[in-house]
Structure formats: structure tokens, C-alpha cells
Design a protein around this ligand. Structure first.
Ligand code: HEC
Length: 121
């Protein structure tokens, strides 16, 4: 009499497999960065954007190999988690006049990206 239970078990296993296999269930900072940031932020600074290697904890607009906007240069302080989160949420509100137009509206995705930025050396 175990037969009726088998389809139930099979569908549970199927659902669990789906959840484990799909990266979209948890925000993946590396994947988000590669999709949304890497075009402009590579291993070296380019006219498209400064490299973000070592950006976590660094001075805001602090690299000498990139010509920042006056807007971002006007910000003082360092890239704390909170500052990175605020800049990525609304770049123009954080630093009026910044040339970075890309925002990450989703808080969970921002947190994942900030965590990933800390691994960039
Ligand atoms: C279309 C190009 C472009 C994309 C895409 C982009 N950025 Fe930027 N980013 C810039 C530019 C240009 C600046 C310099 C802004 C300025 O000088 O005002 C910048 C600056 C920054 C800074 C400040 C760096 C410093 O040295 O102070 C951070 C942090 C940053 N971007 C994070 C990100 C993240 C994270 C993403 C992806 C979600 C991203 N950016 C996507 C162009 C881009």
C-alpha cells in the first residue's frame, strides 16, 4: 500500500530539486555584478568607470587613475556599507551631479552586490 504515496514523494523531490537548482531564489552578488556593473567597472579604471577593486572602505572618489565628476568628488568620507547602499539605491540623491546613472532599486540585490564588492581586491 505504499504506491499512492510515491507520486507525492516524487513531486516533493522535484520541487526541492528546482529550488536548489535555481540561483534566482537567493540574490547572487557576483552574478548581479557581472550583469549590471562589469561593463563599466573592470579590473582597471577606464573612461567608462573606475575599477572597484578595493572600493569597500576606500575614500569616496579617491582613486588617482580616474577623473571623477565634481558631484562625487564633493562627497567626503569612505565607502562604508551604508554609503555603498545609499549610492546604489539612488546615485543622484547620494551625490548630485554624479555621472553614474545605474541604480539597484532592490534592497536584497544591493546587499548582495555590496557583499560581493568587499571581495574585490
Ligand atoms: C554605464 C556605466 C556604469 C555602470 C553600468 C555602473 N557604473 Fe558605477 N560608476 C560609473 C561611473 C562613470 C562612475 C564615476 C561616477 C562619478 O565620477 O560621478 C561610477 C562610480 C561608482 C562607484 C564609486 C567608485 C569610487 O571610486 O568612488 C561605485 C561604488 C560604483 N560605481 C558601483 C557600481 C555598481 C555596484 C554597479 C552595478 C550595480 C555600477 N557601479 C554600475 C559608471 C557605471
Amino acid at each position: 500500500m505504499i504506491r499512492p504515496a510515491l507520486p507525492v514523494l516524487a513531486s516533493l523531490a522535484f520541487a526541492a530539486g528546482l529550488m536548489g537548482a535555481s540561483p534566482s531564489f537567493a540574490a547572487d552578488g557576483a552574478q548581479l555584478f557581472n550583469l549590471q556593473c562589469k561593463t563599466c567597472h573592470g579590473a582597471k579604471s577606464t573612461p567608462m568607470g573606475p575599477t572597484l577593486a578595493g572600493v569597500a572602505g576606500a575614500d569616496i572618489a579617491g582613486r588617482d587613475d580616474y577623473a571623477y565628476s565634481a558631484g562625487l568628488k564633493a562627497k567626503s568620507g569612505t565607502w562604508t556599507d551604508a554609503a555603498l547602499d545609499a549610492y546604489l539605491a539612488k546615485p543622484m540623491a547620494f551625490a548630485p551631479g554624479t555621472r553614474m546613472m545605474v541604480a539597484v532599486p532592490n534592497a536584497e540585490n544591493r546587499a548582495a552586490i555590496v557583499t560581493y564588492l568587499k571581495t574585490l581586491k
